[in-house]
Design a protein. Sequence first.
Length: 286
Amino acid sequence: MSDHAELNREPSSAAPTVEPPRLELLPYAGAEQSKRAGLAGTILWGSALAAALALAAGVAAFGVYDHTKQANLVAAKTEETLSLAETVKGLAKRLDAIDAARARDEAADMRKVSAEMKTEGAAGRELGAQLAQANARLDKLDHDHGARLDKLTDRLDHESAGKFADLSARLDKFADLSARLDKLEKRPVPVAAVVAPAPAKPAAAQVAQPVSDETTGAIERPRLRGYWLVEAQDGYAVIDGRDGPQQVTPGDVLPGVGRVQRIERRGGDWAVVTSAGIIAGDQPPF
């Protein structure tokens, strides 16, 4: 339309220019172009709006997906945590049961050890008491044997002193007799006068000899139990028995033994023969 107005304002002085008729299509074309431009803008705007909506929908969908995924992860983590808690709880129960069983076992072991220690302590005390009794008995036996040995030693010393004195006196007598015999042998023997034999005396009536109650050697005498020979020599012996050691000589009378008849050797050992039996050996008969 603007071009058409400008044509209408041209000066009239100018020669008229004859132009061929033409169709005025420009205004229609411009309107079409304006419509097309508006439609294109609308389309572009709609496309942009659709793209924005699509983007928003995508973002929303992504957010929903991410939220769902996170919710699933949280649920999985929660379930895993609960499972782990149950596992830990089960382990704790098992550990408590193990600790309780161990405590019971340890308590039983402690009671067993305590009982064994008490038993061993009682056995130790009993053994100590037995050892004390044995020591007391040994001390008593030692004391008794020591006293008996001291007594026997004193008796032997006393009696041996008397025996030695008697033996010395007898030896002196034997020496004196030997000297006298030597003197008699050295004297000259005088010629003795012939002496008529004396008339024979009438035979005297034979006197019956008393029968001795002593046991002969044909009957073996029993060995006396509870007595044994400690020492023996010619003329005396030391025997031991229920009443302790005693020195005896032939003719002594001892209770339970009888009269000592003789002290003799039998084989290679000494024996004391009494009216009740024989005492021999250096150990008590069993």
